[in-house]
Every structure is written in structure tokens, then in C-alpha cells.
Write a protein that binds this ligand. Structure first.
Ligand SMILES: Nc1ncnc2c1ncn2[C@@H]1O[C@H](COP(=O)(O)OP(=O)(O)OP(=O)(O)O)[C@@H](O)[C@H]1O
Ligand SMILES: [Mg+2]
Length: 248
């Protein structure tokens, strides 16, 4: 796969397009409740005054989907128990085998949907449009955390192992495009629980432990204390982007 160099801020947008360069991409990452979606929305509006800017959700959405299904009486309760069981098996026990074909296909389908949204991000960037992403795919760690759902190190049926290998490649291809700037929104578990009342402590703690270990292929990562009042966090992140990932 061709890896384009980050957009050169000294070029005009037209020149950048002619050279095949990419407009900046700012990735907002952090635990659930760190403020990614809220910031993505507000930043896009504010940055849009300086130059064309779009936002894109690059998560899987399975957590929210599971919770939404869980709110439907009876069916919801059963489906949620099923999905949560699958997710726990897939995410929490590294010594376990890969899931069965149905679950593996569902996970692979979610990854394909994510890749489609990732391609839209690239299309915007090629047209000189700066993009703020809500989450960013990584190829460093399997089993959630915006990496592959199927852990490529585990054994399973031959077909599921092939799906896992194929899924890993999807993430390698996406992660080869490093964001111009990664903003890591740091919060503690109490803040996360306070902002996301339908979440439970253990998965949040796992996510909080993993977040600082992800490197996003060596991208430029800036840490932001996202426990501070929202207007302060927004102002900090806006200023960072204006300096590190300016519009064309
Ligand atoms: N700095 C802040 N101070 C207080 N409340 C905040 C702050 N940032 C976000 N919030 C609030 O916390 C809640 C969660 O924020 P948001 O949905 O943006 O988080 P998220 O990172 O997108 O979470 P998820 O990963 O679950 O999608 C929202 O109600 C939002 O208004
Ligand atoms: Mg969100």
C-alpha cells in the first residue's frame, strides 16, 4: 500500500491535491466518557471557520449498540446477555480460542464497516479537507480498543483463523496511515463512571490501562487532562490543532 506523507502545511490546497498529499487528520482518543464525541462535534464547527473540516466516527459502535438493544424489554435483556458474553469472551481472556464462525463473521462485518468510514476519511483528506476523527483504528492490540476484534494469535477453526488474519490486514492497512496528531484525552475511572452511568467499572479500568500503551504507529501524541471543565478542554484542544495540524 502507498503511504502518503502528511500534508505539507506550506503548500496551498490545490498544490497539495496535485501532489497527492493528504490534509491533516486529528485523532481524538481516550476512554469512554473522555469527551471524544462532544469535542469532535464542537471542534468541527470551530475549525470549519478556518478551512474545510469534517469529523468521522471511527469506532465500532458495538458498545452503544449493545446498550441500545439492552434497553428493549425481554428481547433486549436476552440479546444483551448474549452480546456481552461474546464480547467478554473475545476481549477478556487472551488464552481463549477464537469465537465460532457466526460471531467471527459479525466482528469482521463491523471491521469492514469501520474500514468504509476510514476510506471516507482518506477521500476527504485527498480533497484537502481536514478531518477530526472520533477514535482511530490501531493494529497493535487485538480484542477491542479499536483494534481487530479477532485476536490473530489465538487458534480457532481454519475458516475463523483466516478471517482473523484478513481482519488483521485490514487494521494494518488503516494504521499505516498515521494521524497528523493524536490527542489522548485522559480521565480517571470515577470521572468515566460519572459521565457514563450505564457503563461498568471493570471494562473501563481495562481501557484506561491500555490507552497509554497504544502508539498509533509512532504518530505524534499529545496528552490532555480531560477531567477539567469542558470549556477548558475544548480551548486546549483547539489551540493544539491550530498549531500542530493547521488548515491548508
Ligand atoms: N470536560 C468535560 N467535563 C464535563 N463533562 C464532560 C466533559 N467532556 C465531556 N463531558 C460530558 O460527558 C459525557 C460523555 O462525553 P462523550 O459522549 O463526548 O464521551 P466519549 O469519549 O465520546 O465516550 P464514548 O467512548 O462512550 O463514545 C457527555 O455528556 C459530555 O457532555
Ligand atoms: Mg463517543
Amino acid at each position: 500500500m502507498t503511504i502518503f506523507s502528511p500534508f505539507d502545511a506550506t503548500l496551498g490546497r490545490g498544490a497539495a491535491q496535485r501532489r497527492g498529499a493528504l490534509a491533516p487528520c486529528v485523532a481524538l482518543i481516550g476512554c469512554d466518557g473522555s469527551g471524544k464525541s462532544t469535542l469532535a462535534r464542537d471542534l468541527t464547527a470551530l475549525l470549519g471557520r478556518e478551512g474545510p473540516t469534517r469529523s468521522m466516527y471511527l469506532g465500532l459502535g458495538t458498545g452503544d449498540l449493545g446498550r441500545r438493544i439492552g434497553r428493549i424489554p425481554l428481547v433486549g435483556a436476552l440479546a444483551e446477555r448474549f452480546l456481552t458474553g461474546k464480547a467478554d469472551k473475545a476481549h477478556a481472556a487472551p488464552d481463549k480460542r477464537l469465537p465460532g464462525l457466526a460471531t467471527a463473521l459479525a466482528m469482521f462485518g463491523f471491521s469492514l464497516a469501520r474500514r468504509r468510514r476510514f476510506e471516507r476519511v482518506l477521500a476527504f483528506r485527498r480533497r484537502g479537507i481536514r478531518v477530526v476523527t472520533d477514535r482511530y483504528p490501531q493494529a497493535e492490540l487485538a480484542g477491542g480498543f479499536d483494534g481487530p476484534g479477532l485476536a490473530w494469535t489465538r487458534r480457532g477453526s481454519a475458516l475463523v483463523e483466516r478471517l482473523a488474519a484478513r481482519e488483521r490486514q485490514l487494521y494494518e492497512d488503516m494504521a499505516a496511515y498515521r494521524p497528523t496528531l493524536v490527542i489522548r484525552l485522559n480521565i480517571d475511572v470515577e470521572t468515566a463512571l460519572g459521565r457514563k452511568s450505564d457503563h461498568t467499572r471493570a471494562p473501563l479500568e481495562r481501557k484506561l490501562a491500555v490507552m497509554p500503551t497504544l502508539k498509533f504507529g509512532g504518530a505524534h501524541i499529545v496528552d490532555v487532562d480531560a477531567t477539567r471543565p469542558y470549556p477548558e478542554v475544548l480551548a486546549t484542544v483547539l489551540a493544539l490543532i491550530q498549531v500542530e495540524a493547521p488548515a491548508a
